[in-house]
Each structure stands twice: as structure tokens, then as C-alpha cells.
Design a protein around this ligand. Structure first.
Ligand SMILES: [Zn+2]
Ligand SMILES: [Zn+2]
Ligand SMILES: [Zn+2]
Length: 345
């Protein structure tokens, strides 16, 4: 296939799919970092090395900030934003300033230092998703906040500074540009077609079927048409939902299954590669919206973001999403997996 420029309708960004340089899993040497162990503030017994917990799941009767939890949420000790204070925007000639008000939290995924997202028991994955959603809802009450960014850095190359598997939540008093762009594109589509862009995209993907990796009852996992990264995966609810915080019990279980399955496939295919997961959802001060559809983007870090990408904002992806989806569909996970309902064969 000759290199192709593809445009993602959601982000509006172009990508060069240069798949004559097509790469199979083994072609990526992959930095598959081994965990080193050593002192870890997220392990049992070190609860006093983090700020006091904001949320934790543990058996009734057990004391807070002690061992015995299954998921634990704490403020980030080295927070990028401060929780106290009022917004104070100022302009000094060309420069604008605002105090960085918000929240910066860490969601510790499991007491097991060596666990990875893909290897969590199903019930534990569900607790993780539940904790993310609970914190999302709690932070959303803060009227100073415009956006709650939930994300995960897995592996040093992907920016994780601690190897014990965790998620982070950074709430900020701004709507990120990436989300603004997605909203603008979605709004434009809605204005013309009276339908959600993402819902339309999902039904088109379902019909095409080449990029679907898996579908459970409530969630799709697919490689986006204009994937920026090799083996990029998006997870989206099948039903129209604009707000991550709106999830009910059924969606929580469905999302946990999808996230665990997607991470498990990547971890198996590439021997624990570094990856990022980011949430895109409607800004907190907006109600549920008909035109916007929340989703998770999983970005494996198998290639290096270099000069062309930084200069243009456009990515070169050597792996076509059609091939990536096929490889990932074929990955069989070890026992203990829920039944693997592959993309509508
Ligand atoms: Zn640990
Ligand atoms: Zn939708
Ligand atoms: Zn997005």
C-alpha cells in the first residue's frame, strides 16, 4: 500500500499511514522494562508515605490509611496544581497568567506491585474503573474546574515515574485544546446531520469491521482509521454517552472488561510495552450533550515522537490500523479471561 494521508474526523488531525514499512509485533524491539522493585510508596505498609487517602476500598472495620485496601486514591505528593485558592487570571502585556487551581490525584490500581492493568482479576479492574468514576464525580462538583483529565502512564518511556501500576487525575480550570477541537468537529457534524459524529463513526466502523478489535455488550474496542501510533486503540461506549461521570453499573462493568482486555492484548503482544491511556469527555461545566461522545484513547509508545511530529503536529504511523486490528484480534489471552467476543465475524 502506498503511503496515505488520513484525516481523523473526531480530532480533525491528519496522519501519514506509511505501512509499506509495516511492522509486525516482533519488529518493535520494545523497551519492555522489567520492574526493579525497591522502596515503593504505593505498596502495603507504606500508606504513611503518601498524603492521606481521598478514597479507598477495603473490608468494613479496617482502618483508613493502613494496609488492607484493594484500590486507594491519594493526592499526588508532587502535585502539578494546587487544590486551594481562587482563580486569578492576569495579563501582563503579551503574557497571561492564572494560578494553577485544580486537583492532582493518584489512583493506585492494586496492592500488588507487579500487577499490570491487563493482568488484574476482572473484579479488581471493575473496582479501578469505579474509583476513577467516583473521583470524577466528586471533583466535578468544584465550580472552579473546567476539565478533569484522567490518564495513565504505564512504563518509564510513557512517563510513569513509579512502576507500581496507577492512574492519575488532573483537574484544571481550562478546557484542553484537544477536547475543544473534538467538540467543534462533533458540533459541526451534529449541526448538519442531527446525529452524534462518534455514534455515526462507530456504526460505520461496525459495518466495515476491519478495524474492530472486540465488542462486548456495551463497549467497542477498535483501531481508529487515522491511528497516530502503531496499535493505537480507542474504547467507546456503544450507547451515546457524553459524560464519563454518567456511567451506570452496567457501563462500569463493561468498561472494566474492555480496558482490561485492550491492555491485556497490548501487554501480551509486545511484552508489557509502555503506553498511555487518556480520557476524552465533555467538559465538567456542560450538561450531557447530544453531539459529543466520551472515549478512551490507548496510545502504545512503540515509536518515538520526533521532529516531523513536533513540527507539524502530524504523526507518521508505520502500521496500518487494519493490520493492527487483525493482529490484536488474533491475540489470545491466558485463562481467566472473560469470553472473547471478537468484532462481529
Ligand atoms: Zn509498589
Ligand atoms: Zn454518540
Ligand atoms: Zn479523543
Amino acid at each position: 500500500m502506498v503511503p496515505e494521508l488520513r484525516k481523523d474526523p473526531i480530532s480533525g488531525t491528519w496522519v501519514i499511514i506509511a505501512s509499506e514499512r509495516s511492522k509486525r509485533p516482533n519488529d518493535f524491539a520494545g523497551p519492555n522494562e522489567k520492574k526493579k522493585g525497591g522502596f515503593c510508596p504505593f505498596c502495603y505498609g507504606n500508606e504513611d508515605k503518601t498524603p492521606p487517602e481521598l478514597l479507598a476500598y477495603r473490608a468494613p472495620g479496617l482502618e483508613a490509611n493502613r494496609s488492607g485496601w484493594s484500590v486507594r486514591v491519594v493526592p499526588n505528593k508532587f502535585a502539578a496544581v494546587q487544590t486551594e485558592g481562587e482563580l486569578n487570571p492576569q495579563t501582563n502585556n503579551l503574557y497571561q497568567t492564572m494560578n494553577a487551581i485544580g486537583a492532582h490525584e493518584v489512583v493506585i490500581e492494586s496492592p500488588d506491585h507487579n500487577a499490570s492493568l491487563g493482568s488484574l482479576p476482572a473484579a479488581q479492574a471493575e473496582r479501578v474503573v469505579r474509583a476513577l468514576c467516583e473521583r470524577y464525580r466528586a471533583i466535578a462538583h468544584d465550580s472552579r474546574i473546567q476539565y478533569i483529565q484522567i490518564f495513565k502512564n504505564s512504563g518509564g518511556v510513557a512517563g510513569a515515574s513509579l512502576e507500581h501500576s496507577h492512574w492519575q487525575i488532573i483537574a484544571i480550570p481550562l478546557v484542553p485544546e484537544a477536547v475543544e477541537r473534538e467538540i467543534a468537529n462533533s458540533r459541526e457534524h451534529y449541526a448538519v446531520h442531527r446525529k452524534c459524529l462518534f455514534c455515526d463513526l462507530l456504526s460505520q466502523e461496525l459495518e466495515d469491521n476491519r478495524r474492530i478489535v472486540d465488542q462486548g455488550e456495551d463497549f467497542f474496542i477498535f483501531c481508529p482509521y487515522a491511528s497516530r501510533f502503531p496499535y493505537e486503540l480507542w474504547i467507546a461506549p456503544k450507547n451515546h454517552l457524553s459524560n464519563f461521570g454518567e456511567m451506570g453499573e452496567r457501563e462500569l462493568a463493561g468498561l472494566a472488561r474492555a480496558v482490561k482486555l485492550a491492555a491485556g492484548k497490548l501487554e501480551t503482544a509486545f511484552n508489557n510495552p509502555p503506553y498511555n491511556i487518556v480520557l476524552h469527555t465533555v467538559p465538567v461545566q456542560k450538561g450531557p450533550e447530544l453531539y459529543y461522545h466520551w472515549h478512551l484513547e490507548i496510545l502504545p509508545r512503540l515509536t518515538i515522537t520526533a521532529g516531523f511530529e513536533w513540527g507539524t503536529g502530524y504523526f507518521i504511523n508505520p502500521t496500518s490500523p487494519e493490520m493492527a486490528a487483525q493482529v490484536l484480534r488474533d491475540i489470545q489471552l491466558a485463562q481467566g479471561e472473560p469470553e472473547n467476543n471478537q468484532g462481529g465475524t
